[in-house]
Design a binder for this molecule. Structure first.
Ligand code: AMP
Length: 547
């Protein structure tokens, strides 16, 4: 027997229609590439998204065809989020930090028909356009009079001129909710990049999930600043969830340095912000240097890489800002877990609470998780036993775009299909996940595993250390031993012996790194993560003392 409720599909167009009808005047504030502050609202974004949809119809784009963006966080990017997906096309957000060859590869792989870009990325477009034969329309996200006259891109048009010629009346199509909505390539460190192809259903489910009180607790009274780029897993779904709850959105554009982010937060009275640890490091550095305080910020979501405990403490204890440590993956839409305490934890002393907050958190509805051994056997959730982390759920990938890489799923004894995350983790009896490593980064010493994340966290707690990566290096007796590669804070004085001494009493003796190498910078990937593969290559001739 079927239920007798209205069978209305969950569509991305419903989100913007809802925001327009019920939160039409909630503000969308953007620091533009042009440098100024632009103010819009959901009513205006909705109307302009309909113009985008009409514009794509006029160009004859079929349902399911891909429209790429190469853009910072801003109102025009938001209009494309809704106009492209809402009208049945697929939004492909391209990461401008990719190498030009990789960028050309993914535009061709996605067979993008239209590419919309911020003017600041014109040099990238000029370098790549002749290698992208599928792209029929190049759109610069600017006013008509800002369009450079001799850009050398055939048929280049300005976004404002393009949508000005379109009607803002448009009936969003009644799509099947499983229709593809957006495409996101993973940062993939090996082989060709693979893409998650989200659906309207998975996107709306994710928006509900992240809005929950124990997740990001999004409300109409919030002013949300996604520092995480809209080209990195849809800014963790915030552009959709914000429309669902009708909160103010504040977009930082290209200005991601500590000073610019701080000034925008204060000017727009931001209550919640989300980003990777590296951007928060810059923000905290700016606050500390200037003796500044936050006047409105209540909470910050930190994810994409492990949040160092020192950062968590600083936000909470120095600035009274609650840190929500989150773990996720492109393949999960992306949020998988988020760390918020349970009622029974509230009576614990602050240090015990802090220990829990350092974990990546509890599963969010829509992502189930399990840890298994090398034979696929489930391991105990005792907070100590580490295993390969598997996930499943309606917003987890079933396969990659165009079947790239074959069937990614593994089956358990009951035949349930799970996605292997490639992460190694523990789960405690209260359900809190703690990522100890990427499986390829784990250090195997004498048959035991050492968590590189734990050793990195200790290093960055040292007052002289700005950043640290821990990698395994070959050892004749133990197979591998941990090596810390560290960047000093400007002007700080510290040597390897000081840092190694700092580990005493903070971890088991046999896990203390064997050596420290100081470098000027650690190579960072396009999504703000340390590139340990490159680091291993750079240090391939390094040998541990005494070996
Ligand atoms: P991406 O798909 O590029 O977002 O990368 C996903 C990967 O980032 C995960 O599989 C983890 O290895 C890593 N990651 C994300 N969030 C965290 C976190 N809070 N702590 C540790 N690693 C994380």
């Amino acid at each position: 027997m079927l239920g007798l409720m209205q069978n209305q599909a969950m569509l991305i167009s419903n989100l913007i229609e809802f925001a327009e009808r019920h939160h039409g005047d909630a503000e969308i504030v953007s620091r533009r590439v042009e440098g100024d502050i632009h103010r819009s609202d959901y009513r205006t974004v909705a109307a302009r998204a309909r113009r985008v949809a009409n514009g794509l119809d006029a160009w004859g784009l079929a349902s399911g065809e891909r429209v790429a963006t190469l853009a910072w966080n801003g109102y025009r990017h938001l209009e494309l989020y809704y106009g492209v997906s809402g009208s049945g096309r697929v939004l492909h957000t391209v990461n401008p930090r990719l190498h030009i060859d990789q960028l050309a590869w993914i535009v061709n792989h996605a067979e993008d028909q239209v590419l919309c870009f911020d003017l600041g990325f014109l040099p990238i477009v000029q370098a790549v356009y002749s290698r992208c034969p599928t792209v029929r329309h190049w759109v610069a996200l600017c006013d008509a009079d800002a369009l450079p006259p001799n850009a050398g891109i055939p048929g280049l048009c300005s976004y404002e001129a393009w949508i000005a010629g379109q009607s803002d009346v448009y009936a969003w199509p009644s799509l099947d909710e499983n229709t593809a909505s957006s495409l996101c390539y993973t940062s993939g460190t090996t082989g060709n990049p693979k893409a998650a192809l989200y659906s309207h259903r998975s996107t709306v489910l994710h928006a509900y999930a992240i809005s929950l009180p124990d997740v990001m607790c999004l409300r109409a009274r919030d002013a949300v600043l996604p520092v995480v780029p809209m080209f990195h897993v849809n800014a963790w779904g915030l552009p959709y969830a914000a429309a669902m709850v009708g909160c103010k959105l504040v977009f930082p554009g290209p200005a991601l340095d500590g000073k610019s982010v701080y000034e925008l937060m204060e000017a727009e009275q931001v209550t919640m912000a989300a980003g990777v640890p590296t951007v928060w490091q810059m923000l905290l550095g700016h606050l500390q240097a200037g003796g500044l305080r936050f006047s409105s910020l209540q909470r910050t979501v930190i994810g994409g890489a492990a949040c160092p405990p020192a950062m968590l403490r600083s936000f909470q204890e120095d600035y009274g800002v609650e840190v929500l440590h989150a773990w996720g993956m492109t393949e999960l839409s992306p949020v998988g877990t988020l760390c918020s305490l349970k009622q029974k934890h509230l009576a614990l002393p602050p240090d015990a609470q802090m220990k829990i907050r350092q974990k990546q958190g509890r599963a969010v509805f829509g992502v189930d998780m399990e840890i298994v051994d090398a034979n696929g056997q489930a391991l105990p959730h005792d907070g100590r036993t580490a295993g390969d982390l598997l996930v499943k759920g309606p917003r987890v990938v079933a396969e990659y775009f165009k079947g790239e890489g074959g069937d990614p799923l593994v089956r358990d004894a009951k035949g349930m299909a799970w996605f292997p995350t490639g992460d190694v983790a523990t789960i405690c009896p209260d359900g809190f996940l703690q990522i100890t490593d990427r499986s390829k980064d784990v250090i195997k010493s004498g048959g035991e595993w050492i968590s590189s994340i734990e050793l990195e966290n200790i290093a960055v707690a040292h007052p002289a250390i700005a950043m640290a990566a821990c990698i395994g290096v070959k050892h004749p007796k133990w197979d591998e031993r941990p090596l810390i590669v560290a960047v000093k804070k400007p002007g700080a004085v510290v040597d390897a012996a000081d840092l190694l001494q700092f580990y005493q009493g903070k971890t088991a003796k046999w896990q203390i790194p064997d050596d420290v190498v100081f470098v000027d910078a650690i190579p960072m990937g396009a999504t703000g993560k340390m590139q340990k593969m490159r680091l291993r290559e750079l240090l391939k001739d390094y040998t541990l003392p005494g070996t």
